[in-house]
Ligand binder design. Structure first.
Ligand code: ATP
Ligand code: MG
Length: 356
């Protein structure tokens, strides 16, 4: 930039369905926050997703990953459509991005927001972060089908856990906890899954041993499911495998009140590859095109991106702005309100200094 201002170069994949509505809404607000804090955001849009799949048989072009690699971060809406198998969406775009860019942490803050009632009693002060292992574990290609079509037909799927993979995600969780309330809850099923899960326990214990200000608590995933509902405020940082982290994220998100407000960051903590920021929700084809999608999940994901790009003050402004709008009673229909995406976004934009 000739003026010498900082500019962060972001790849945008708005994708499908409401992704095309909430991504522009978020970009409008993030640009305002950037202007207030003296930096720029250069958005480069990629028209990938279901339409690309219908035309070319793939969610993104063959050199898609190389093109993404040139950017500082990836801002994703949602990809997927009812006529396209979920496995295409997952294995044709999301998983290749996570793996190629070593985004081994999936970070999901879960917090009750003003004006977003929880279906669970006592969850009003819930404030936790789920650290999900994002590239290995149960989601593996190792396995197959044997004796196809015969009475003895069987399917085998191997989970792959590496010492490196467990150590780095546990270390990330520990560092995060050290800056919060100091509790790491590690979730496994070591009594039933007798090879990989005790290995996870062992490596997590070794990684956290001797870290000042961090306590480790271990819990079985079945007990964890119950405890999250019964005592949602008992947790700080939860660290779990790819599968367990996925399931617990949805559970915790539901306790927080709405899928429309939950953000997710796929992080490469070493920053040698771009990280990817997206809402937890999908393309929501049932409400797409109606202008009623809640943009908070996308906005919050955008705030996490600003934080990762080294702009924590701008990130905090974005979060404060949508919290203030929610607290003032402006809500989209998923939260029981009557505001559309545009009305909600305009209110957030005003908080961020947009001229009326
Ligand atoms: P996908 O296959 O892309 O994951 P999906 O329909 O399976 O899509 P979601 O898109 O996550 O799953 O949506 C689940 C439901 O939650 C939708 O039917 C929609 O009504 C609601 N929903 C999700 N996101 C939002 C949002 N941002 N605002 C309002 N409602 C939402
Ligand atoms: Mg879905």
């Amino acid at each position: 930039d000739p003026t010498g201002a900082r500019v962060h170069d972001v790849a945008v994949i708005a994708g499908d369905g409401i992704g095309r509505e909430v991504v522009p809404a978020a970009i409008r607000c993030l640009d305002l926050a950037a202007a207030r804090h003296g930096f720029g955001l250069a958005w480069r849009e990629y028209d990938w997703g279901s339409d690309h799949y219908r035309r070319h048989g793939a969610m993104m072009p063959p050199d898609g990953l190389d093109r993404l690699h040139a950017h500082d971060a990836i801002f994703l809406g949602a990809v997927g459509a009812p006529d396209i198998p979920d496995t295409e969406t997952l294995w044709g775009l999301l998983i290749p991005i996570r793996r190629r860019f070593s985004q081994y942490v999936n970070l999901r803050p879960v917090r009750t927001l003003p004006g977003v009632p929880s279906p669970v009693r006592g969850a009003d002060t819930m404030d936790l972060v789920i650290v999900r292992e994002n590239v290995e574990g149960e989601y593996s290609e190792v396995g197959g089908r044997i004796y196809r079509g015969e009475p003895a037909e069987a399917a085998i799927q191997e989970a792959v856990f590496t010492r490196t993979g467990i150590t780095r995600v546990a270390a990330f969780a520990a560092e995060l906890a050290a800056g919060r309330r100091g509790l790491v809850t590690s979730v496994t099923k070591s009594n039933g899954i007798v090879h990989t899960m005790p290995f996870w326990d062992e490596v997590v214990e070794q990684t956290l041993a001797g870290r000042p200000g961090v306590r480790l608590e271990k819990i079985l995933v079945d007990a964890m499911a119950a405890k999250l509902v019964l005592a949602p405020t008992a947790f700080d940082v939860i660290v779990a495998s790819n599968l367990f982290g996925d399931i617990l994220s949805d559970l915790a998100g539901a306790i927080a009140g709405s899928i429309g407000v939950a953000p997710s960051a796929n992080l490469n903590p070493e920053r040698d590859h771009p990280s990817m920021f997206e809402p937890v929700h999908g393309s929501a084809p049932d409400i797409a095109g109606q202008g009623v999608a809640n943009p908070v999940g996308q906005l919050w994901a955008g705030a996490m991106m600003l934080d990762h790009l080294g702009e924590p003050a701008a990130a905090a402004d974005v979060v404060a702005a949508f919290e203030a709008v929610l607290a003032a009673g402006v809500r989209t229909p998923d939260l029981g309100g009557t505001a559309g995406t545009e009305e909600f976004t305009a209110a957030v934009a005003r908080h961020l200094g947009e001229a009326p």
